[in-house]
Unconditional design. Structure first.
Length: 305
């Protein structure tokens, strides 16, 4: 086996029932949920397991829920004896990667993502926006369309997810214009169920508030390099990790470059740890020769490998 990288999903992977099987099967998982419930002051575990769905999907709830579920599932992986060469997380998932890397402790990471969700919610109310996924066009084509649509408002690529899959984010009128042009060029447009224009300048108020929280937090150098969203560079220095996280909300997620960088460094196996298998699918589209596994419950195939 070549080098292994662990990946952690972001917002959009949440679903009612996530983490429940692992909770019922393992005391370590139950301990993570119990600590989260106590720190947050409400039953996040019940929200994850039972919903209601609408409440779980609210940004300020989805973000801590995903962090907790992914970190709880990590407990099942931690004792497998596999030392990852790199860690990476998609948007919100970068916080889980930093937690697993030892750059943040669990209470701090949980506090940060809860506050991040609240700030993003508030920024979305102040300057509403939307997001769509554009398929079948190149990143360069989508970038050109976004540049041309700025006459209609703020719009830019938010997530470079896979070859032929770029998420566009911004003010609704501008995003709709990009979507119309994309369809004319043979692209496929998939609206996303989100509450704001994430990873754009519209998130500047949230980024400013989050930077204050990041500065207050206690940071340590990462024990495993984290490939960061904003530049796809393996990073371990605490100050650099904090600075890049502050920029993440207003900049695009360079996921394709992140996967390619890890492959260039010798990674041949990618293990997604968290609910769903979104990132596993993106690995398949970006690096079809790579081995890929998903750990979303106690019976994941990789845990038996």
């Amino acid at each position: 086996m070549g080098k292994v990288a662990f990946l952690f999903p972001g917002q959009g992977s949440q679903a009612v029932g996530m983490g429940r099987a692992a909770y019922e099967a393992d005391e370590r998982v139950r301990a993570v949920f119990a600590q989260a419930d106590q720190q947050l002051g409400f039953a996040l575990s019940r929200l994850c397991f039972e919903g209601p769905e609408g409440e779980l999907h609210q940004t300020q709830n989805a973000q801590p829920a995903l962090l907790v579920v992914s970190y709880a599932l990590w407990q099942l992986v931690a004792d497998q004896g596999v030392q990852p060469a790199f860690l990476a997380g998609h948007s919100l998932g970068e916080y889980t990667a930093l937690l697993v890397a030892g750059a943040l402790d669990f209470p701090t990471a949980l506090q940060l993502v809860r506050r991040r969700g609240e700030l993003m919610r508030d920024a979305s109310r102040l300057r509403p926006g939307t997001m769509v996924a554009i398929l079948k066009l190149t990143a360069e084509e989508v970038e050109t369309l976004c540049a041309e649509a700025t006459a209609w408002g703020t719009v830019c690529p938010a997530n470079y997810n896979a070859p032929g899959q770029v998420v566009v984010s911004g003010e609704a009128v501008a995003v709709e214009q990009v979507a119309a042009w994309a369809r004319e060029r043979g692209g496929r447009v998939v609206p996303l169920r989100v509450s704001g224009a994430f990873h754009t300048p519209l998130m500047a108020p949230a980024a400013a508030g989050l930077e204050v929280e990041l500065q207050r937090a206690t940071w340590r150098d990462a024990q495993v390099p984290v490939v960061t969203n904003v530049d796809a560079e393996p990073t371990t220095a605490a100050a650099a990790l904090r600075e890049k996280l502050a920029r993440q909300l207003t900049n695009g997620v360079r996921w394709v470059e992140s996967l390619q960088r890890m492959a260039q460094e010798g990674v041949t196996t990618f293990v997604e740890i968290g609910p769903g298998s979104v990132l596993t699918g993106l690995v398949a589209r970006t690096l079809p020769q790579a081995e890929r596994y998903s750990v979303s419950g106690p019976e994941a195939p990789w845990l038996r490998a």
